[in-house]
Write a protein that binds this ligand. Structure first.
Ligand code: 5CA
Length: 439
C-alpha cells in the first residue's frame, strides 16, 4: 500500500474525550472514529488489525473443533420469550419493532438462536459433540459506554456454543475452549489469566473470565502471581483429556472481584505471590447445562433411547475489545507497538525524499521485493518532512521501519528500525530486505 493513495487520517493532538491511552492512540492513529456513544466506524488501518485478530481467533477455534456459521444481528423477540430472557435482559437490550409490528431485537448474545438451530436439526447423541461459533456484531445498550472500543455499545464478538449429551461431555467441551483461549491470547502477545467469575445474565454455575492485567482495567482481580507467568499449552491434541492442563491453571487462586474470597486468598496464596491488580476481560466462558435447552425443548436421544435436554456451554471473546486491550499492553510515549502477529502492516518503507530518482527507485524496489516475500508493506511515498514521517510511523506502530534516504544511499546503506526495541542498524538495502524476508 502506498501512503499517498491510502486513507490514514491521523491526529496530531490528543482528543480530549479519550480517558485511557488505548482510546487516545486509536483515535490519533486513525484506527476508529466515533459515530455515536459507544458506536465506531473502523477506518482502514483499524480494520486491518481487527481482521488479523479475527483470523487468529478463527484458526484457534477451528483447531479446537468448533465449526463456524453466521447468525444475523437481528433476532425475533419470540425466541427470547421462550427462554424468559426477553423480560430479564432489561434496558441493555435494544428492542426494535418492524413495519408489521413484530418485535425484534439487536442481538446482545446468541444462546436462544443457536439453541433454535440445534433443536430443529439435531435429534441424536450420534451428532454430538457439536460446537458452533460465529464472529458477529453485538449490541448492548450499556449505561456507560467508555474507553472507546473497550466498552462499546456495538462490538464484535466471537461466540461459540457447545452441545453435549451429558455433563462429562460438556466439561470436555469447556476444557477445549479453555485451552484454545490460552493459545489464542498468547498468539496476540497477551498473557491472559483465567479467573473464576460470576455468570451474570448468561447463567450457569461454572464460568471463567480471561483477564489481561492492565492499570486501566475495569475490574479488580486477585490471583496467584505464578499464573501470570505460566506459558500457554501450545500444540495439544484436542481429542485427548485436557483436564490436567485446565487443572494446573484452576488449582491456583484467581478470582474476579465478585467471586473474591479474601480469607481463602490469604490462606492459599503466600504473601509474596498475592497479586491484586486491575484487569481487562477479553474472554468469558460458561457452562450452564440445560438452562436454555430445557426451556426451549432442545433434546437428543441418548444411546439408551431416552430423550433428554442437551447440555450446553457458551464461550465469548471480545474481538473488537482486544484491539484496545493489545494497545493497553503494548505502547510507549510515541505510540502503538503492535505485536507482529496482529500488526496492520509488517513493514513500513519510508522514502525520505520522494521525487529523487535514486531514492524513489530504491524504495520501489524494496516495496516490490517485500511483497514477493509475502510481507505487507506500507510505503510512505509522500512529500512530508522526514520528522513528520517518523512520528506518524512511531504512532501507528508497524513492527519494522525501513528508512531509505538520499544520504544513506550515497554511502550504500539504508536504516532498519525495530519499533519494539528501538534498535537501529545501518546496512545495505539487500541485506535489510533479506533480513526482513527471512523473518
Ligand atoms: N454468550 C456469552 C458467551 S458467548 C457472552 O455473551 N459472554 S460475555 O457477555 O461475557 O461477552 C463475551 C466477551 O465480549 C467479553 O468477555 C468481552 O470481552 C466482550 N464484551 C462484552 N461486552 C462488551 C462491550 N460492551 N464492549 C466490548 N466488548 C464487550
Amino acid at each position: 500500500m502506498r501512503l499517498s493513495q491510502y486513507f490514514l487520517p491521523t491526529l496530531r493532538d490528543t482528543p480530549a474525550e479519550a480517558q485511557i491511552v488505548s482510546h487516545r492512540l486509536m483515535l490519533r492513529a486513525g484506527l476508529v472514529r466515533q459515530q455515536a456513544a459507544g458506536i465506531y466506524s473502523w477506518l482502514p488501518l483499524g480494520l486491518r488489525v481487527l481482521r488479523r485478530i479475527e483470523a487468529i481467533v478463527r484458526e484457534e477455534q477451528n483447531r479446537a473443533g468448533a465449526i463456524e456459521l453466521l447468525m444475523p444481528t437481528l433476532q425475533s423477540a419470540q425466541l427470547w420469550r421462550e427462554s424468559g430472557r426477553y423480560d430479564d435482559y432489561g434496558a441493555e437490550m435494544l428492542r426494535i419493532v418492524d413495519r408489521h409490528e413484530r418485535d425484534l431485537l439487536y442481538g446482545p448474545t446468541n444462546e436462544e438462536m443457536v439453541t433454535d438451530i440445534f433443536r430443529s436439526t439435531v435429534r441424536s447423541y450420534r451428532d454430538l459433540p457439536l460446537n458452533l461459533y460465529h464472529i458477529q456484531w453485538k449490541f448492548r445498550d450499556e449505561i456507560r459506554p467508555r474507553f472507546g472500543v473497550m466498552r462499546g455499545r456495538e462490538f464484535l464478538m466471537k461466540d461459540a456454543y457447545s452441545f453435549d449429551l451429558d455433563e462429562a461431555g460438556a466439561r470436555a467441551a469447556y476444557n477445549r475452549m479453555f485451552v484454545a483461549y490460552l493459545n489464542t491470547f498468547a498468539r496476540m502477545g497477551l498473557r491472559a489469566v483465567p479467573m473464576r467469575a460470576d455468570t451474570g445474565p448468561i447463567g450457569g454455575d461454572l464460568s471463567h473470565e480471561f483477564i489481561i492485567l492492565a492499570e486501566t482495567g475495569e475490574s479488580q482481580v486477585f490471583c496467584d502471581r505464578q499464573l501470570v507467568d505460566m506459558p500457554p499449552p501450545g500444540d495439544v491434541d484436542f481429542r485427548s483429556d485436557l483436564q490436567p492442563i485446565v487443572e494446573a491453571r484452576t488449582a491456583l487462586y484467581a478470582a474476579t472481584e465478585e467471586m473474591h474470597d479474601a480469607t481463602r486468598f490469604e490462606r492459599e496464596v503466600p504473601e509474596e505471590r498475592r497479586l491484586s491488580a486491575r484487569g481487562i476481560e477479553v474472554g468469558h466462558i460458561f457452562y450452564f447445562g440445560d438452562k436454555y435447552s430445557k426451556a426451549m425443548n432442545a433434546t437428543v436421544h441418548g444411546p439408551d433411547g431416552v430423550e433428554r435436554p442437551v447440555q450446553m456451554g457458551s464461550y465469548g471473546i471480545g474481538v473488537s475489545r482486544l484491539v484496545g486491550a493489545v494497545i493497553e499492553a503494548s505502547h510507549d510515549e510515541a505510540g502503538i507497538v503492535w505485536p507482529d502477529a496482529i500488526a496492520p502492516f509488517d513493514v513500513a518503507v519510508l522514502n525520505l525524499r520522494a521525487g529523487d530518482g535514486a531514492t524513489d527507485a530504491a524504495a520501489q524496489h524494496a516495496y516490490d521485493t517485500l511483497g514477493r516475500s509475502g510481507l505487507e508493506a506500507l510505503l510512505d511515498d509522500t512529500a512530508e518532512r522526514p520528522g513528520a514521517k517518523f512520528s506518524v510511523m512511531e504512532l501507528i506502530g508497524i513492527p519494522w521501519q525501513l528508512v531509505i534516504g538520499p544520504n544513506g544511499l550515497a554511502r550504500g546503506v539504508v536504516e532498519l528500525r525495530h519499533r519494539a526495541s528501538g534498535e537501529r542498524h545501518e546496512l545495505s538495502l539487500e541485506s535489510a530486505l533479506s533480513k526482513l524476508g527471512s523473518r
